[in-house]
Design a protein around this ligand. Structure first.
Ligand SMILES: C[S@@+](CC[C@H](N)C(=O)[O-])C[C@H]1O[C@@H](n2cnc3c(N)ncnc32)[C@H](O)[C@@H]1O
Length: 275
């Protein structure tokens, strides 16, 4: 464990995720969804499952999952890696990962508390880095990409799955505004074009990608981050009074009897290889 921070204080992310760790550990969209399947596809894990290969035929020696939360992506990578480090800034999240990893009987997953902006791994030491549903929370995403680039070996891969913003600046601004009002630790959902430029600047070549959506029920979405009642009312009104272009961009559905409704945000999953 490398950070001195404990729950109760620490960064905004720790303050947000610490008390809610149990909720994230039970969240259906975190346990499994299309983005995890795409991570498995882009890392070769789903091919392996289809072939029925057992443990001991790993594709990767050292894998690190950053912003691991309750560990679901790290656990999927344990199937195709000799060793996995599940790392996160928030101690209560790592405790959930430890509990669930133990329940699943995984012996090749270790935990580390560190920030994505400062990875405790040697230059060129890692074969695979994964990161799912986390990068838009990183205080300094570019610093985390610098660290990923540094720690990967040449030919090593970054496989990332995260919420992104539409290319329209107006829609991107609205999405980031509602995200921040719902989660004070939110930093930025970026446009794919922006992320692509950052990867190219660091010699990380995108060799495969999937465009997806994350489908969210509004009530669950605001409950997970304990949004205040008046803000929930204001957000609900804003979603429901959206102009047609925004309704279509975020697939905002009609409200049910209890006021709940479904909407979606775009997600990008990519594999980038270090030159
Ligand atoms: C939604 S959860 C991650 C879900 C998880 N990757 C999965 O696949 O189920 C986001 C995580 O990012 C972590 N996080 C936020 N900022 C971070 C940072 N700067 N460095 C490392 N982890 C961070 C939070 O503590 C939280 O556990």
């Amino acid at each position: 464990m490398t950070s001195k921070n404990e729950e109760g204080g620490g960064t905004l992310a720790q303050q947000m995720f610490g008390p809610q760790a149990g909720v994230y550990a039970a969240s259906k969209v975190h346990i499994s969804d299309d983005s995890l399947e795409s991570v498995q596809k882009l890392t070769g894990a789903s091919h392996r499952q289809a072939q029925g290969d057992g443990p001991g035929t790993a594709n990767y020696r050292w894998t690190v999952d950053i912003g691991t939360g309750a560990g679901f992506t790290a656990f999927a990578m344990a199937e195709i890696s000799d060793r996995v480090v599940a790392s996160d800034i928030t101690q209560p999240m790592l405790r959930q990962a430890k509990r669930i990893g133990g329940e699943r009987g995984l012996s090749n997953v270790r935990l580390a508390q560190n920030t994505a902006e400062s990875l405790p791994f040697a230059n060129g030491s890692l074969d695979l880095i994964t990161c799912r549903k986390a990068a838009h929370h990183f205080r300094d995403f570019e610093a985390s990409l610098d660290e990923i680039q540094r720690a990967l070996r040449p030919g090593g891969s970054l496989v990332m799955a995260d919420t992104v913003a539409p290319e329209s600046s107006e829609l991107a601004r609205w999405q980031n505004d509602v995200e921040l009002r719902r989660d004070y630790s939110h930093v930025e959902d970026r446009k794919i074009s922006v992320i692509s430029g950052m990867l190219a600047d660091r010699g990380l070549d995108v060799i495969g990608s999937e465009d997806e959506r994350v489908y969210l029920w509004f009530n669950d979405w605001v409950k997970r981050t304990r949004v205040a009642e008046d803000e929930i009312r204001s957000l609900r009104r804003e979603f429901q009074e959206s102009p047609q272009e925004r309704r279509e961009a975020f697939q905002i559905g009609e409200p049910e009897e209890d006021g709940d409704f479904l909407f979606s945000f775009p997600v990008w999953v990519f594999r980038a290889v270090k030159k």
